[in-house]
Design a protein around this ligand. Structure first.
Ligand SMILES: C[S@@+](CC[C@H](N)C(=O)[O-])C[C@H]1O[C@@H](n2cnc3c(N)ncnc32)[C@H](O)[C@@H]1O
Length: 182
């Protein structure tokens, strides 16, 4: 599916600027996230977590503080490489480059799953397939958390389009001015 491939390419191209553009270097946002981080650490305490689409590992670092183990996956080599550097001292974190719609070569006994800023990227036609695949990797009664944007986050100037399935596609502009509709 074109949208899925465009998304992977876009995030690989964005990896180097991601921490800044995502607000991860913003002290004011960091202050707000403090309480959210503590909540995450409470939720994942002692869990063996499968983290979907980990990006640069910002939230991996948060949950790894209290989780028993974290397997963080992403399709972007560029993202995973930044995440690996961030978490180089953490013994309980492993990374894998794999597609969430395939989850190739991943064991099936996670006690929890986590994804931050991922849910809104799933095309409507793929939600069922994504959830069925994910469930195969979890024990019964596993804890699952998807965290995403609030509806009013949108920048006013952003160009928006909808595909025939009703998926919202937004124009994103990278630092090198490369435009992409996701
Ligand atoms: C919005 S970023 C979220 C990153 C991180 N979770 C965070 O909140 O900062 C979305 C991530 O999904 C990854 N991604 C895109 N398509 C994917 C796929 N099919 N399988 C796994 N990861 C994918 C991208 O490489 C990117 O790192």
């Amino acid at each position: 599916m074109k949208e899925i491939e465009d998304l992977k390419r876009y995030y690989s191209d964005r990896a180097k600027e991601y921490n800044k553009t995502a607000g991860y270097k913003d002290p004011a946002a960091e202050k707000i996230r403090k309480r959210i981080k503590l909540r995450h650490q409470k939720y994942f305490k002692g869990h063996d977590v499968l983290e979907i689409a980990c990006g640069t590992g910002y939230w991996t670092e948060v949950i790894a503080e209290t989780a028993n183990s974290v397997l963080a996956i992403d399709t972007s080599e560029e993202m995973i490489s930044i995440a690996k550097t961030r978490l180089s001292k953490k013994q309980n974190v492993n990374f894998k480059i794999t597609d969430v719609y395939v989850l190739h070569d991943i064991h099936d006994s996670f006690t929890a799953a986590y994804a931050h800023w991922w849910w809104s990227h799933i095309p409507k036609s793929k939600i069922r397939n994504f959830l069925l695949n994910l469930h195969k990797k979890l024990i019964s009664g596993a804890f699952v958390l998807f965290a995403d944007h609030l509806p009013d986050y949108l920048e006013k100037e952003i160009k928006v389009n909808y595909n025939e399935d009703g998926d919202r596609l937004e124009e994103r502009i990278l630092k090198n001015r490369k435009n992409i509709l996701l």
